[in-house]
Design a protein around this ligand. Structure first.
Ligand code: COA
Length: 434
């Protein structure tokens, strides 16, 4: 059948498309800026029609009407990466978190993550009937292949992106034509601390390096300190506006990349409308599924690979907690460890964890004798490489426990160094020397 006839037959209203979702089924949804907002709203508006439907997705950008307490019992939520609103749902016990590397999600879909229905936001089809997955490629194809029912919202405001992003009209069951703005992520301008961290990180970045930028305020702020570098490249789970700025300035060219030369490779982006317009029909940026982008063996093919991620606390052995504050699940592991391992395997690679030395307005040191009770270790002491704060750089790889503690105390905030030094002396039975 001609794809245009097929398309016409599949055009649905959200209220009709969701009738295919049965009680007790699992719905896998697009996430971040590509969350299917029309379907989410229809589900929330008609939640009484559903019982015990499990909804899986990654991070949530903006409101999710299905998180409304009114929907509890009708929907349960599971995610391996929390954000402000899904954190609340988990704390209310109306949803739960499961620990998993982001790269493993595509292979879990259809197995450990059941997938009866897949719901994604895509572009309207091109002349050949292909829609693009736009700003989020990640686990969409795995879900679309595995689901019994596929619902897509063809949003006119979704940028058409390249890489491995094409989904044909023939692969879907319901098409919801629509036009609504994508959720934006606008990071605050970096302050003095972030800029100092950025300068320290920049000293580790050689011309021709390929970068991964993790989630949070720091990785994007680091980019502002890289304006005098040449021919940087991108191979990253995600990126935000900072990458666009450096591509426009000609700092990021990808010219010296050893994999996907000339292309910025990513699995999803979150940023401003300007960023979304920048990637629209832009062949310099390629989106691939997360199991490819975050695979340590693929990452390692990038010579001079540098991963830059952030964390919540580090103990004196170099154990890194990036996703929990004590027992409280704050975010998720994402691709942090995969990029650290990939960068460590790469020729001339470096893995950086960058963080402000303190949290909570300076009241808490992020460098601690012990991680908070209940904290999950995200990056183990065996994987950790560089730790960077506004006070300097500690290279932990290959260092003994005693040397690690010394190096970490030196980059802690001066107000907390005496207490850390006391612990050092207790632990190593020798005086701590500045
Ligand atoms: N103890 C108590 N509170 C702490 C804390 C600590 N050790 N560390 C941070 N906090 C508080 C902060 O003060 C802040 O509180 P506020 O919101 O009230 O200001 C909040 O926790 C968030 O901390 P912050 O460092 O500002 O978070 P961020 O948005 O920059 O994100 C991570 C940092 C670590 C949470 C984020 O990078 C992450 O989730 N990493 C894991 C996943 C990852 O690295 N993926 C990489 C591939 S995408």
């Amino acid at each position: 059948m001609n794809w245009k006839d097929d398309y016409k037959k599949k055009v649905s209203k959200p209220i009709d498309a969701i009738k295919d979702i049965r009680d007790g089924q699992c719905v896998v949804m697009g996430h971040a800026a590509a969350a299917p907002r029309m379907t989410m709203q229809a589900l929330a508006d008609h939640c009484e029609d559903f019982f015990d439907v499990l909804i899986y997705h990654m991070t949530t950008l903006g409101d999710n009407p299905c998180y409304d307490p009114r929907c509890y019992g009708h929907f349960r939520h599971v995610s391996n990466f929390l954000s402000a609103n899904s954190r609340e749902v988990v704390e209310r016990r109306e949803g739960d978190f499961f620990p998993a590397y982001f790269k493993d999600v595509p292979s879990m879909i259809g197995g450990d993550i059941p997938c009866d229905v897949a719901v994604f936001q895509v572009t309207p089809p091109n002349e050949e009937g292909y829609c693009s997955l736009g700003v989020s490629c990640d686990y969409a194809k795995a879900a679309i292949h595995s689901a019994k029912t596929v619902i897509v919202e063809t949003n006119e405001q979704m940028p058409f992106t390249y890489g491995d992003t094409m989904v044909h009209v023939s692969q879907v069951d319901h098409i919801i034509p629509c036009s609504y703005p994508l959720q934006e992520l606008n990071l605050p301008a970096p302050g003095e601390v972030e800029l100092a961290i950025g300068r320290n990180c920049a000293s580790l970045v050689a011309d021709g390096s390929t970068l991964q930028l993790g989630i949070g305020a720091i990785p994007d702020a680091v980019l502002q300190s890289l304006t005098d570098k040449n021919d940087l490249g991108i191979h990253s789970e995600m990126f935000s506006n900072g990458v666009m700025e450096l591509m426009k300035k000609g700092v990021i060219t990808g010219r010296r990349k050893t994999l996907h030369r000339g292309k910025a490779v990513v699995t999803f982006i979150m940023g401003s409308r300007e960023l979304y317009d920048f990637v629209d029909h832009n062949s310099d940026v390629e989106f691939f599924p997360v199991d490819y982008v975050n695979s340590p063996l693929i990452i390692a093919k990038n010579d001079r690979m540098i991963s830059i991620n952030s964390c919540l606390e580090v103990d004196l052995q170099g154990q890194v907690a990036s996703e929990t504050i004590g027992m409280r699940q704050y975010s998720g592991i994402g691709g942090q460890v995969d990029f650290i391992r990939g960068a460590s395997l790469a020729r001339e690679g470096k893995a950086i964890i960058a963080m402000p030395s303190t949290a909570a307005g300076g009241k808490i040191s992020r460098i601690k004798p012990f991680l908070a009770e209940g904290a999950a270790v995200s990056t183990s002491r065996n994987d950790v490489d560089y730790i960077v704060t506004e006070y300097g750089i500690a290279r932990l790889k290959g260092r003994t426990l005693q040397h690690r503690a010394e190096d970490l105390i030196r980059i802690a905030h001066p107000d907390f160094r005496p207490a850390l030094a006391e612990e050092y002396e207790r632990r190593f039975h020798c005086p701590y020397q500045e």
